[in-house]
Structure formats: structure tokens, C-alpha cells
Ligand binder design. Structure first.
Ligand SMILES: [Zn+2]
Length: 622
């Protein structure tokens, strides 16, 4: 249960985009543009009452500790109490978190959030005996329990999820030893973070306009997009060669992390670290393997994009340092909130009236906090744990197209949560991170279509289509290349081969050259790019990045199916939105009509990317 609770807490924050300047205070903003937290609690006093109520209920969690396996009734009562407390706690922690995020400088709100968090810790601690004890009930006995107490079947998915770990659960004292290593589990990640953020000496470059710039990460991300090609080349060269000077140190550190993954996996009786990481969400390793294979088969589509970009930029040769500069001119489009809402309602119309009427309800009933204000958290997110109420969205609306597409994205999360909450019992309402970005990305796809169809000029059309392609390059291909690198370095250790910074650079360079068609004359990848791996913190996340790619592929596949088959495909797609965690993520995606093990979703995603390129070429021909 501990795992389940922390998983729910993570889902409260599907944080997405960047930050904006804030000038207004909350009092300057009309009520209708602020979220209405009274749907959760009428006052802080009422919230405090609820804290007390939950605290009083903590003993219910441990009432049958040591006796869960004695009777189905003990197990059922504990599950019922547990999820009823968690449901209440989710609402409670949402309230204090929203208050905190609307004004991060407010110390009263901060202390409420801390109060909620320490209550959460108490709940986790009280329930920590639950999983190990359920694991001790063998499957034969569990079947007898279901027979004797059919209400237990309502929790079968939860119990199965715990019991499928039995193969990977050791004796109590062994588990204790493994758990004790948790203390040093994040060492390499911490060292990497401190070194690259604070201690890594940075190069200073002089740009064409005479400006001197110290090349830290944020300067790099800023200047890699500059229109001045000479500056880009300079920035890339200095930035990555600087990482190259520390290839051995960063490499040894990352190798340490990979070895840690391996030792953990081996001790927990997994074949590989990949299997151990994916098993958390019950994802078979074949999904990962299929992603790498299919994306490698899809490289001709990436190469077509690179050729198109080269042509649009007017170059004879495309270099890796040209990748971040936009292939299209920025079109300045302005949208106020009402206009944004209207476009989204029209753009998401293919999802049907059930979908859009809930959106309208959310707009009318103030689920959304729109404007940036002093002290408000930057970026955007959607919540989802308010089971009997509704999700909330935090936005930082700046009247541009990015605001509209971010809003459509967050509304995807909101609808997924809302529909799962309405259609699932609480214990299976919270969906897995593996499927989380499908609903959001699908909305972005639909919005894109609508915007292109209704664009006022070819310039606007090109801007939307071009930005979409750049996003696919970055999310689909780049993240898969990361996933491939991560897998390769783990395989070295798992096969007893040496691994160090130099070997990592060779592996990385080979992958990037292959993806970007270096040997085919598609683009030129300068040698210093072999050090790029040293700049990516995600390699310490233990097989996380592949999900960026899979989400976008499945979402694009759903989009294509909806475009081709209309309402029938929409109804299938709703099986994900309404499914919560009623089944494992892969099974849910399959039920909804897309098979992650097959080539189909990849073919559909590539079809979409090629269609967009066809459209761009048509416009360019004019
Ligand atoms: Zn998202």
C-alpha cells in the first residue's frame, strides 16, 4: 500500500511547461479566472477538522495487523478502511497543495501543506506492514478467501498487483538488507546534480554581437535556438567539449549508477535491470524492445524531416547544431481565455459531446486557475486525486498559442482523471504514469488539426505544422535514442563487459550518427556530440524516458484511428479514459484498440508525421 499511496501522490503533479513573469496579485484577478477550492472545503477550519478525522482513523489501518491472513473479513475490512482513508486524504492534500501553489510565498499555506505531508507519512508508516503481509497469503488461500467473501473481488487488482511481486520478494532479513541500501541509492544522481549544476567549470564564449556568455545549461538551451548559425556552432562546440573534459569522471559516476541497478535487479531475482524497472507497472520488456526496433525501422521518416528542415533553412548541409533552430517563422497569434476555451471546444469536438460537455462544466464551475500572479507556481499541471469532486488545473496563461495548446494538454489529464474517477471504484481510479500522457497528447493532436484548418494565413499554418514536427523529433526520436543508450550501457554491465566514459561516448556517438543519418549524408554530427550523454540527467532515472516516446506514439495512433473510424474509435479510446487502473497499462491500451507489441501504432505515428510533411511541402510549392 505504501507504494500505491506514493504513486497517487506523484500523480497529483503532471507538471509540464515553462515559467512566465508574474506581476499581478490574486486580488487583481476576477473570480471566474480563479479555481474554486470551496468545492473541496468551505474553509481552512473545515480542512483542519478533516485532518483530525483522518488522524483518529489511523488505528483502523493496523486493526488486523498480523491477522490479515486469518480471515477474508479481516482483509476486506482493512482494504475498505484503507481506501476510504486514502480517498479522504487525497482530497485533503489537494486542498493544501492548491493553496500553497497559488501563492508560494504564503507561509500559512506552506504550513498547511507540511501538515498534510506529515499526515501522509503517518498513513504510509501505519500501512507499511500491509504489502509484506498480503504476500504471505498464498494463492490457494486467496482463492478460498474470494470464494468465502466475494466483496474481496472488488480489490482483486490491488491484491494481484501485490502478489505478483512474490517471485521477487526475499526473506524478511534479506529485504531489510536490500532496503538499507536505499540510503545510498541516489548517490550517483546527487553527485551528478551537484557537479553539473554547481562545480563543473563553465566555458565563456563571445557571440557575434560581442556579448560574452558563460555556457551553463540554461545559456546552452537559450542559445542553441539562436538564428545566428555561427553562434550556434560555437555554443555547441564549447558546451559539449567542456563536458568531454570530464568524460572519465561523469562516466565512472554513471557506470556506478548502472552497476547499482544491476545489483538490485540480480538480488531481486530479475534477469536484467530493465525487467526490474518495467515490472513496477507490469510492463513486459518486449514493449521496450519493440519501441527500439520500430523506431529504428522508422528512421527514414526522421531523415525526411531532416531533409525538409535543411531545405526550409536553405542550407546545403544540415549540422546537428541546426536542430534546435526553428524551421518555421514564429507566427504571433493571440488568444484570450474565452477564445482559447472556444477553440478547444471546437478542436476537441471529434471526441463527442460527453467529452466537450464536461469541459464546458469545468470552464463554468471554475476548475481552473488561469493567470500568472505574484508567488504562484510556474508552469502548468492538472490534478486528479479529488475522487468525489473534480480535478483542478493550474495555468499561467499569457494569451499566446502556447497557452492554448498547454491548456488542451492539461485538459486531457483532467478528463482522464475525471472519467476514471466517475467510472471506477476509488481503489482502481488512479491511472499509471505509463498511460498518463496519452490523453494530453491526443488533445494536442486534435487542436493542431483544428488550428491548421482554421489558420488565417500560410505562415500560421506552417508555424503550427512545423512546431508539431519539431516536437515529434524531440519527443519521439530523441527520447527513443536516449532509451537505446540507456539499454546499451546496462547491457555492458549485465554481460560482464567494461563500462566507462570513453565507452559511453562511443556507444552514444554510434546511436546519434545512426538516428541522424550521418553516414548517409542526411546530416553531420560533429564528433563532440559523443559527449552529449554526459549532459542528460535522465540516465539516472532508471528507465523512465522511454515513456515519453511510447505515450506520444500511442496517442498519435489513437488520433489516426479516431480520424479514420470516427465514433467507434472514440468509444474504444474512452476505455482508457474511463479505465483508471482497472487493468494493467498495456492491457488497457490494447483494450482501447492499440497494441504496443505490434508495429501498427508506429506505422500510424509515422503516417501522421509524413502527412504533416506532405502538407508543409504543398504550402511551400505555392
Ligand atoms: Zn502532461
Amino acid at each position: 500500500m505504501k507504494q500505491k499511496l506514493s504513486f497517487m501522490l506523484i500523480l497529483f503533479f503532471l507538471v509540464c511547461i515553462a515559467s512566465f513573469a508574474q506581476t499581478k496579485t490574486r486580488d487583481d484577478i476576477a473570480e471566474k479566472y480563479k479555481w474554486n477550492l470551496k468545492d473541496l472545503y468551505s474553509s481552512v477550519e473545515q480542512w483542519q477538522q478533516d485532518v483530525k478525522t483522518i488522524e483518529k482513523r489511523i488505528p483502523e489501518l493496523t486493526e488486523f495487523q498480523g491477522k490479515l491472513g486469518e480471515s477474508p473479513k479481516n482483509l476486506l475490512t482493512t482494504l475498505q478502511n484503507m481506501f476510504s482513508i486514502y480517498k479522504n486524504y487525497s482530497k485533503l492534500s489537494s486542498y493544501s497543495a492548491r493553496l500553497k501553489d497559488q501563492d508560494l510565498g504564503n507561509s500559512e499555506n506552506e504550513s498547511l501543506a507540511q501538515q498534510a505531508s506529515s499526515l501522509g507519512t503517518k498513513l504510509s508508516e501505519a500501512a507499511s506492514y500491509f504489502n509484506p503481509e498480503v504476500l504471505k497469503i498464498d494463492s490457494k488461500k486467496m482463492d478460498e478467501f474470494y470464494e468465502a467473501e466475494p466483496k474481496l473481488l472488488e480489490y482483486k487488482i490491488v491484491l494481484d498487483d501485490i502478489q505478483r511481486m512474490s517471485k521477487h520478494t526475499l526473506t524478511e532479513s534479506e529485504e531489510k538488507i536490500i532496503a538499507s541500501y536505499g540510503l545510498i541509492a541516489s548517490n550517483q544522481y546527487d553527485v551528478y546534480g551537484i557537479f553539473t549544476n554547481a562545480e563543473l567549470p563553465r566555458e565563456t564564449v563571445t557571440l557575434s554581437n560581442g556579448e560574452k556568455v558563460e555556457l551553463n545549461s540554461s545559456a546552452y538551451t537559450k542559445y542553441r535556438t539562436t538564428d545566428n548559425r555561427k553562434d550556434r556552432a560555437l555554443v555547441f562546440d564549447k558546451f559539449f567539449n567542456n563536458y568531454g573534459k570530464f568524460e572519465k569522471t561523469i562516466g565512472s559516476n554513471l557506470a556506478g549508477h548502472v552497476k547499482g541497478d544491476y545489483v538490485y535487479a540480480k538480488n531481486k531475482k530479475y534477469e536484467t535491470a530493465l525487467e526490474a524497472a518495467l515490472n513496477v507497472n507490469n510492463i513486459p520488456t518486449s514493449v521496450y524492445e519493440n519501441l527500439i526496433t520500430q523506431i529504428n525501422n522508422s528512421l527514414p521518416t526522421l531523415h525526411r524531416f531532416l531533409d525538409l528542415k535543411k531545405k526550409m533553412l536553405g542550407y546545403d548541409t544540415l549540422y546537428y547544431y541546426d536542430l534546435y533552430t526553428s524551421m518555421v517563422e514564429k507566427a504571433n497569434m493571440n488568444f484570450n481565455i474565452e477564445e482559447g476555451q472556444e477553440i478547444i471546444l471546437k478542436g476537441l469536438k471529434p471526441l463527442g459531446s460527453e467529452y466537450t460537455s464536461i469541459l464546458q462544466k469545468g470552464f463554468n464551475e471554475r476548475w481552473i486557475d488561469y493567470y500568472p500572479t505574484n508567488g504562484k507556481r510556474s508552469g502548468a499541471y492538472s490534478t486528479g486525486g479529488e475522487y468525489d469532486q473534480h480535478p483542478y488545473i493550474l495555468m499561467n496563461w499569457t494569451d499566446d498559442y502556447n497557452s492554448v495548446s498547454t491548456f488542451a494538454h492539461e485538459l486531457g489529464h483532467t478528463m482522464h482523471s475525471y472519467l476514471s474517477n466517475k467510472n471506477q471504484p476509488y481503489q482502481s481510479s488512479q491511472y499509471s504514469i505509463f498511460v498518463a500522457e496519452i490523453a494530453s497528447t491526443l488533445n494536442e493532436n486534435l487542436l493542431n488539426d483544428y488550428m491548421v484548418e482554421n489558420a488565417k494565413s500560410d505562415k500560421e499554418k506552417l508555424f503550427i505544422l512545423g512546431s508539431y514536427l519539431e516536437m515529434l523529433r524531440g519527443t519521439l526520436f530523441r527520447q527513443t535514442s536516449f532509451a537505446e543508450f540507456e539499454w546499451e550501457i546496462h547491457k555492458k554491465i549485465e554481460n560482464g563487459k567494461p563500462l566507462n566514459g570513453e565507452i559511453m561516448s562511443d556507444i552514444y556517438y554510434d546511436i546519434v550518427k545512426r538516428y541522424y543519418g550521418h553516414d548517409k549524408g542526411i546530416s553531420v554530427v560533429p564528433e563532440y556530440i559523443k559527449y552529449e550523454w554526459a549532459y542528460i540527467p535522465h540516465f539516472y532515472y532508471n528507465y523512465y524516458v522511454y515513456q515519453y516516446a511510447t505515450s506520444i506514439i500511442y496517442a498519435t495512433a489513437f488520433y489516426e484511428k479516431i480520424k479514420q473510424d470516427g465514433d467507434a474509435a472514440v468509444q474504444d479510446y474512452f476505455k482508457i479514459l474511463k479505465g483508471g487502473s482497472s487493468d494493467y497499462p498495456i492491457a488497457l491500451v490494447q483494450k482501447a484498440g492499440v497494441d504496443p507489441m505490434s508495429a501498427e501504432p508506429f506505422k500510424l505515428a509515422m503516417k501522421r508525421m509524413n502527412d504533416v510533411m506532405d502538407k508543409i511541402e504543398e504550402i511551400l510549392k505555392k
